[in-house]
Design a protein around this ligand. Sequence first.
Ligand SMILES: Cc1cc2nc3c(=O)[nH]c(=O)nc-3n(C[C@H](O)[C@H](O)[C@H](O)COP(=O)(O)O)c2cc1C
Length: 311
Amino acid sequence: MDVDAIAVKMGGLHLSNPTVLASGVHGSSLSKVLQALKVGAGGAVTKSIGPVERQGYAEPTLVEVESGMVNAAGLPNPGAGRFSEQLAQVNGKGLPIIVSIFGGDDDEFSKVVKVLDGYDFAAYELNLSCPHVSGVGTEIGHYPEEVSKVTKAVKRGTGKPVFAKLSPNTDRLIEVARAAVDAGADGLTAINTVKAFPIDVESGRQSLSNGYGGLSGGAIRPIALRCVYELREEFDVPIMGCGGVGAWEHAVQFLLAGADAVQLGTSTIKKFEIFNDVNVGLISYMERKGFEKLGDLVGAAHRGGPRGGEG
Ligand SMILES: Cc1cc2nc3c(=O)[nH]c(=O)nc-3n(C[C@H](O)[C@H](O)[C@H](O)COP(=O)(O)O)c2cc1C
């Protein structure tokens, strides 16, 4: 099968394949993003960048649990000004880099866009969904009015595609997504981590310095699939599925649920070269099932399975 069969064109974003490095898992240095593209990812999302530098929380910020991990890093990042120095190094290369941004309100998001927009990257992802930092993330992303304001402000400041990254920690998923789409978002990313609170038996205390954190990895995949499935029932816009993708079968699950591409985070910690494995598995699945292009797979679960259940 031609490798072009798995290329993705969505909302103005062109990817050579549907695997994308998820935001933040490897910190805020651009080098891991570039490395992901080198080892086979079709796109890569940066750490979420805010208007000013943030140190993040004290250790411990990460704890392993069954089928995943819980993190509360506290969005450490160099701030838009210093991050732009890293972006300057890839100017003119036309790489499929997606810059994740966050802020406390529409003004702060606008400020970040103003600093970054002149640089060479493919799209924005709005972090409306971090579950463990007060004043940002879900404290905006659970409120459709705020999401609308932020999305409009970002769209006003850029001609690049804008993806809104959604939180699973709300019963207003569809309302929030609609607010983003109506305000001009070109696509959706689902999901960020699931709010969690791990406890350490020996100390008898919370495991993370922040107490609350976000659960990621295989444990959240069925939740993420549910979110993508529900979003695809309602919207025609591109969707990037995210949450517990660690093998080609998981990518197929997300595509069947309605995602156009998949992001991989936690699984890349154990194996950074996983993108290529997923693409190889995906191509051989498509050949076996008789899919000529990726688009034929997208959303097939809504139509009773591949080719109406025969495949
Ligand atoms: C250590 C760590 C840091 C993260 N940082 C960010 C971040 O800065 N911005 C963001 O939108 N998501 C962040 N995430 C969430 C991931 O991008 C992703 O949505 C989530 O981990 C689910 O995908 P996964 O199961 O493949 O890891 C982070 C996740 C982890 C584990």
